[in-house]
Design a protein. Structure first.
Length: 112
C-alpha cells in the first residue's frame, strides 16, 4: 500500500509515520503553553510554534486556542511547501489532527 493513500486506508501508514513525531509535537505544544502563560496580554497567535519535516511528508504547527480546522493560510502554506499532510496541534487538549493534500485538506484523515 502506498503511504500517501489516506482516503482508502483503514489505518493510513502515513498517519502511523506521523505519530512517530508525537514527542516533538507535545514539546512544541508545551512551548506554546509556556509562551501564553508568560505573555498573557499578547495575542495567543504570537505563541504559535511550527515544525516542517525534512522530507515532503508534513507541516505541523500549533493552534493556541484549539481551533480544529486549518485556515486558508494553513492550506496555502502547506501547498506552497509541497507537503503531503497538514497537521495541527490543539494546545488546550494536546491532540494532533491531520489533513491530506489528496482532497485539498478538506477532510481530517487522522488524529491522535
Amino acid at each position: 500500500m502506498d503511504c500517501i493513500d489516506f482516503i482508502f486506508a483503514e489505518k493510513p501508514c502515513g498517519c502511523n509515520k506521523i505519530q512517530e513525531n508525537k514527542r516533538i509535537f507535545s514539546d512544541l505544544m508545551e512551548k506554546t503553553r509556556q509562551c501564553m502563560a508568560n505573555n498573557p496580554d499578547d495575542d495567543p497567535i504570537e505563541c504559535e510554534t511550527a515544525y516542517l519535516s525534512a522530507n515532503n511528508e508534513f507541516t505541523f504547527h500549533t493552534h493556541p486556542q484549539g481551533t480544529r480546522e486549518p485556515s486558508e493560510i494553513d492550506r496555502n502554506t502547506t501547498k506552497r511547501l509541497n507537503k503531503d499532510l497538514l497537521c495541527i496541534g490543539l494546545v488546550p487538549t494536546g491532540e494532533t489532527v491531520c489533513w491530506s493534500k489528496e482532497d485539498g485538506f478538506k477532510n481530517e484523515v487522522c488524529s491522535f
